[in-house]
Design a protein around this ligand. Structure first.
Ligand SMILES: CC(C)(COP(=O)(O)OP(=O)(O)OC[C@H]1O[C@@H](n2cnc3c(N)ncnc32)[C@H](O)[C@@H]1OP(=O)(O)O)[C@@H](O)C(=O)NCCC(=O)NCCSC(=O)CCC(=O)c1ccccc1C(=O)O
Length: 273
């Protein structure tokens, strides 16, 4: 499989998906998301694969969410020069491809491990949130920025996040748009383990080897049973995706996006209700 925005490798029962846009802090485009979907579907159907790792290239970022430089009133640009191998997905809005990626991570009957090597921000943060397990470098930073940049993820990014860290903390994360250290993330149960950056690879490999030594059917059944309790969030996420696509077309959302790109504070005062 030939990819432009990701690296996809398979070795020793593991599949690894690396978002490969380090110059953009691994911000994703439609192309990136479609390629991730394509790679994950391959890993899903490959009987040699028992565990999947998602990470970002370089040492600065896991992913900082949607690439704001290609966002306009029409949402994020949908046209791509290269095909991902999944015909038709190139015409979907980015929020839909992001939602599809999250849903695949959740339903693929194999454990998905996030190897968080740096910033996990915005839609990038949500990708790690839905992974089964997260291992973070001590240098990793976590957070949501939607209300500052004119965006939101009112499904897995918020309701499911609240299941992990609790209602008050989830509201704080979204309303205040602060950054949290790996140590903070460990304390709130947002990650499973924090290790020095130089040990991150080794720790994730070790965790994956343990997973691979266990019964795949037992793991798949457990994953499905953990998911069952939060399945209704997919419904919320789907409706929120429609709202998000409409919101992107508003002056309010554009103020957030433009302020970020122009490196100034947004002024949302006239949009108060
Ligand atoms: C990530 C930061 C915290 C990093 O801060 P800092 O270390 O100070 O570096 P900067 O100088 O700010 O950034 C370096 C460089 O990278 C560019 N950059 C950073 N983020 C992005 C981005 N997302 N898109 C494009 N470019 C980006 C930045 O402009 C700088 O470029 P220079 O040329 O060097 O000047 C900080 O940068 C930050 O807060 N970034 C904003 C991240 C962001 O806006 N992400 C999208 C969030 S939207 C969201 O949170 C909710 C919506 C959501 O989850 C979702 C759901 C469905 C579909 C899509 C999304 C989605 O994520 O949009």
């Amino acid at each position: 499989m030939k990819f432009q925005d990701i690296l996809y490798t398979k070795y020793d029962g593991k599949a690894r998906v690396t978002i490969n846009r380090p110059n953009k802090l691994n911000a994703f485009t439609n192309q990136t998301l479609q390629e991730m979907i394509s790679a994950l579907l391959d890993a899903w159907t490959d009987k040699n694969i028992g565990v999947i790792i998602i990470t970002g290239a370089g040492d600065r970022a896991f992913s900082v969410g949607g690439d704001q430089s290609i966002r306009s009133k029409d949402g994020y640009a949908t046209s791509n020069s290269e095909k991902s191998g999944l015909e038709g997905l190139e015409n979907l809005p980015l929020a839909n491809n992001h939602a599809m990626l999250l849903q695949i991570i959740r339903t693929i009957p194999k454990p998905v491990v996030a190897m968080v090597n740096g910033y996990a921000i915005g839609g990038g943060h949500v990708i790690h949130v839905v992974c089964d397990l997260s291992v973070a470098s001590e240098k990793a930073k976590f957070g949501q920025v939607g209300p500052r940049v004119g965006s939101f993820d009112a499904g897995y990014g918020s309701a499911y996040l609240a299941r992990i860290v609790g209602e008050k903390k989830a509201r704080e994360i979204w309303y205040l748009c602060q950054q949290y250290t790996a140590e903070d993330a460990l304390k709130m149960g947002l990650v499973n383990k924090v290790v020095p950056p130089e040990n991150l690879e080794e720790e994730v490999e070790k965790m994956c080897d343990t997973l691979l030594s266990h019964s795949p059917t037992a793991l798949a059944a457990l994953k499905a049973s953990f998911n069952a309790d939060t399945e209704a969030i997919w419904g919320i996420h789907s409706i929120a995706g429609i709202a998000l696509n409409l919101y992107y077309g508003t002056d309010e959302a554009m103020e957030g996006r433009n302020a970020f790109m122009e490196k100034r504070k947004p002024d949302f005062s006239k949009f108060r209700k």
